[in-house]
Design a protein around this ligand. Structure first.
Ligand SMILES: NC(=O)C1=CN([C@@H]2O[C@H](COP(=O)(O)OP(=O)(O)OC[C@H]3O[C@@H](n4cnc5c(N)ncnc54)[C@H](O)[C@@H]3O)[C@@H](O)[C@H]2O)C=CC1
Ligand SMILES: O=C([O-])CC(=O)C(=O)O
Length: 340
């Protein structure tokens, strides 16, 4: 069922069959949406998830009733948009995934979603800070480059911020990079890993092809591949023609990220995922958050790997990314200061 890297690796399943008995409640805020529904289904298939809490401003209980009939062990509960139910959805969660908010239509940038999604994420972050301050938070709602700083500011204002537990989900960028490079090279994407760094929008997405299995990709082939990875989201937005953006591939990517965190929490070592986290790598260039290869551990972020050796072309991509990223981050931080 799962192409490329399995969402729940069989190696992990064998090695961790005992710890899979641990209780792991996972909450999805925005569970009835285009991403929320398939993401919740994939989480229901994950043997490490013992309880699944599905909340949305509409349709949470319906999606939960539907998914609850899938005959895996986990318990599924749906929640309506009233404060006590949001509280109940969040309490005891080990992981909270947030795909709540509006998606793009053709012609829009992710930043165009800020005016709607900033306050949605701020308010859900407030609830998460109150009721699940120790959970690992996975922010999917766009613009991720700003919604992650928004969440950090909210957690700071409530005195519960731990940078090890806040992640902007950029997994889809590496999933795409792996698939697209395999199409160029006619290889199996399962064997293709491309490090993608930066942020999650257009030019802030920086694939490091020099660190892939095909460092010699160059010229027009390289340019086209880099552009496709940077603007893969637009490809889906255009194909859906007004009906939204990537949902199914995003559900796959979000489910993979959640599974990686659960595996790391249950003691597996050597678990790596990219994610947009508070990072020292480019703090001196006003980028307090940056996505790079992250080693995951029981606390969340275990180690942030340096970017490593990059070529001149990639140095140029990084320089362009940092300018836009710094502005996106600042916009999120200032939004919370002005609209606490
Ligand atoms: N990080 C990434 O790689 C990606 C991020 N996205 C982003 O994910 C977000 C969701 O996309 P879709 O699922 O396609 O949108 P959608 O419109 O299909 O679903 C969004 C859901 O959020 C719910 N919602 C809205 N406000 C809420 C609130 N205050 N509390 C709880 N639920 C609320 C809606 O009722 C709806 O069910 C968008 O912002 C999109 O841009 C999409 C693809 C990839
Ligand atoms: O393109 C969008 O708006 C949704 C998204 O973040 C992606 O598919 O990478």
């Amino acid at each position: 069922m799962f192409a490329a890297r399995s969402a729940f690796s069989t190696v992990g399943r064998r090695a961790f069959s005992v710890s899979a008995q641990q209780n792991s409640k996972v909450t999805v805020l925005g569970a009835a949406g285009g991403i929320g529904q398939p993401l919740s289904l994939l989480l229901k298939l994950n043997p490490r998830v013992t309880e699944l809490a599905l909340y949305d401003i509409r349709g949470g209980p319906g999606v939960a009733a539907d998914i609850s009939h899938v005959n895996t062990k986990s318990k599924v509960t749906g929640y309506n948009p009233v404060p006590e139910q949001l509280k109940a959805a969040l309490e005891g969660a080990e992981i909270v995934l947030i795909p709540a908010g509006v998606p793009r239509k053709p012609g829009m940038t992710r930043d165009d979603l800020f005016k709607t999604n900033a306050s949605i994420v701020r308010d859900l972050a407030k609830a998460a800070a109150d009721y699940a301050p120790d959970a690992k938070l996975l922010i999917i709602s766009n613009p991720v480059n700003s919604t992650v700083p928004i969440t950090a500011e909210v957690f700071k204002s409530k005195g519960v911020y731990n940078p090890k537990r806040l992640f902007g989900v950029t997994t889809l960028d590496v999933v795409r990079a792996s698939k697209f490079i395999s199409e160029v090279k006619t290889t199996d994407p399962a064997n293709e890993e491309v490090t993608v760094i930066g942020g999650h929008s257009g030019h802030t997405i920086v694939p490091l092809l020099s660190q892939s299995n095909h460092p010699s990709i160059d010229g027009a082939t390289r340019d086209a591949l880099v552009k496709r990875i940077q603007f893969g989201g637009d490809e889906v937005v255009q194909a859906k023609d007004g009906a939204g953006s990537a949902t199914l591939s995003m559900a796959f990517a979000g489910s993979r990220m959640a599974d990686s965190l659960l595996r790391a929490a249950q003691g597996e070592t050597g678990v790596f995922e990219p994610a947009f986290v508070e990072s020292p790598l480019y703090k001196d260039q006003d980028c307090e958050f940056f996505s790079s290869k992250i080693e995951l551990g029981p606390e969340g972020v275990k180690a942030i790997h340096p970017v490593g050796k990059v070529n001149k072309y990639e140095k140029g991509l990084i320089a362009t990314a940092l300018k836009e990223l710094a502005a996106n981050i600042k916009k999120g931080q200032e939004f919370v200061k002005a609209n606490p």
